[in-house]
Write a protein that binds this ligand. Structure first.
Ligand code: SF4
Ligand code: SF4
Length: 96
């Protein structure tokens, strides 16, 4: 499941329930705590985790998200591995 709630930490502040743009959470009236009602609707925006001051939400990205991140990382590797200008080099000295 993409989102899990640690109910030992959750204080029932409702932030995740109120802020989730995909309405993944429902409210359990019996416990007065949120439940993950529609996990397949989660689009992994991360808002709920950011809003939870108690760090009660465990957000796991699905493998496909990591594949996409890795592809983007590899595509940028060439640019990221350009050598940095050494301190005291000619270009740096002429710059001022
Ligand atoms: S934001 Fe965190 S503490 Fe608040 S209701 Fe959701 S899980 Fe519980
Ligand atoms: S990551 Fe975004 S879409 Fe998924 S449950 Fe949290 S707020 Fe909702």
């Amino acid at each position: 499941m993409a989102i899990a709630i640690n109910h030992h930490r959750c204080t029932g502040c409702r932030a995740c329930y109120d802020e989730c743009p995909a309405d993944v959470f429902a409210w359990d009236a019996a416990t007065d705590l949120p439940i993950v009602a529609y996990p397949d609707e989660c689009w992994h925006c991360g808002i709920c985790s950011m809003e939870c001051d108690e760090k009660a939400l465990i957000h796991t990205l699905p493998p496909q998200c990591w594949n996409d991140i890795n592809k983007r990382y590899v595509a940028n590797l060439g640019r990221m591995s350009q050598p940095k200008q050494a301190p005291g080099s000619a270009e740096e000295e002429t710059g001022g």
